[in-house]
Ligand binder design. Sequence first.
Ligand SMILES: Cc1cc2nc3c(=O)[nH]c(=O)nc-3n(C[C@H](O)[C@H](O)[C@H](O)COP(=O)(O)OP(=O)(O)OC[C@H]3O[C@@H](n4cnc5c(N)ncnc54)[C@H](O)[C@@H]3O)c2cc1C
Length: 542
Amino acid sequence: MVYDYIIVGAGSAGCVLADALTHDGKYQVLLLESGPEDKNFLLDMPRGIGKILQPDSRYVWQYQIHKGFPHFNESSDSNQETWLKGRVLGGSSSINGMVYARGFPSDYDEWETLGCEGWNWQNLLPHFIAHEQHELGANPARGDKGPLRITTHPKDGSGLPVRQLGDATLQAMADTGIKTTEDTNLDGGAGYQPRTISGGKRCSAATAFLKPAMQRKNLTVIHSSQAQRIVFDKKRAVAVEVKHKGTLKRLDCQRDIILSAGAIESPKLLLLSGVGDSEQLQSLNLPSIHHAPEVGRNLQEHYFIQTQYRVRDGSLNSAFQGLGLIKSILRYLLFRNGPMSHAAQEIIAYTSSRSEAERSDCQLGVGLYSLAQNKYPPAPEKLPGITIGGYPMHPTSRGSLSLQSADPDTAPLIVANFLQTDKDQKTAVAMLRKIRNISQQPSLAPYIEQELSPGKNVETDEELLDFYQRNGMTAYHVSGTCRMGGDSDSVVDTRTNVRGVTGLRVVDTSIFPRLPSGNTNAPTMAVARHAAGMILEDALRS
Ligand SMILES: Cc1cc2nc3c(=O)[nH]c(=O)nc-3n(C[C@H](O)[C@H](O)[C@H](O)COP(=O)(O)OP(=O)(O)OC[C@H]3O[C@@H](n4cnc5c(N)ncnc54)[C@H](O)[C@@H]3O)c2cc1C
């Protein structure tokens, strides 16, 4: 069989593409996924991620990365961390924190200004709307007829006193100038978390887009098979070489091969296939099909920091351990609600680190629980607490990704280069001060007993920055490594074609020229739907 399209990677982008490209029944499409099926109760139950994100999980890719702080020893804990990506049908949308954040109009309008013609808000908004089945209902900027189910954190507090603490936190935010809104995706500000959760279950890209499409005869899904490289006939991509149970196989394609393997594996596949910096490729004895030095550059990630507070009452800590955990699980099994049905954090806020009059530059997230210090994988603290975390949304620092070996099973070298620029450092410190200010508002005084971290001894800008650098971590939003642009240096053009070759596209977070304001799952799905329209249009023309 020669497929019309082969999509590599059944993640957020791959599932949307598989649905859109098979819709009219005209094209034979193969969706290839290296991970297994998503048949596990812990993937469905939102707080199952506590177990899914364990180091030995079969559902994740793991990467040991360098943070890139020049003043810390390269091998110290402050300079290294583990990044995870989903490796299962649904990709990272099957293992993520389920925060539904679209980014704001200015993000996409900025993409267009950067040369990505046609990728503005006006063009992307219809895709967000078409995807959404939002419990708050439809309006000109929100959809309720799509396959992706979205709810906001429940108003009843799930039978626990957490709602009072949540309301008090929102009041504290309001007192610092961050208005409370019903739908933070439309109005910014602060509110209860919009989530890709419905009926107490995760709604991944596989649930929303792939499962219904799998009924179609023109879609073939092969899981547990890893693409090793793209096969070229001169400069045309014609097949994918795949490893399945130790055996190599060639799968042929007559239109386009679309890489949707995510912002780490898509550039890795390009490099392994001969599209990248030719000097680097030659040093690894790889062929050079096209010299594209930007592959793997422009890496962007949100650097997340968590602050913690001891509280007297209202926290969920007891619901995640001992007898409390058994009760939470029982409650979930019986009613599909309670703490096991919550997203990673209960409250979200968008704010400016400096003045509310300016464009929001930070996302804050409040978890009504606290975590034991220096423990990996994360575990709840015994005593009650809350976390207020956040990250600057528009980092100007850039990292990179490169091959360490020509062996597809060897992880690439990733250097994040967090907080390298003066602007990023100033925003990081200002955000930490903002969080502290929120925690000190009168509405939280009945709850908060003590700031645990950073703690009152961390006071000057230098101390706050040092705390941030040492304790910050990935927000799991890695993007930008196959940058899309109108300029000849960009890796893909504005119709998602890889420059310098034919029959090859990239559609996933790696093509983002800049990170959007907030989490990346919803933007990736909208980008994939926009790209699918172009792919079908181009097919009609050819
Ligand atoms: C732990 C975690 C928490 C997150 N929390 C949130 C959140 O709460 N909200 C939010 O909006 N975003 C969140 N994100 C980010 C968001 O989920 C991702 O940015 C988004 O899903 C990425 O989509 P993608 O299509 O680019 O890649 P992915 O969804 O990662 O999909 C890539 C797929 O390609 C497969 N693949 C890779 N290489 C190969 C190969 N060689 N052959 C075959 N298949 C291959 C992978 O196994 C994977 O299934 C989180 C991410 C993680 C990891």
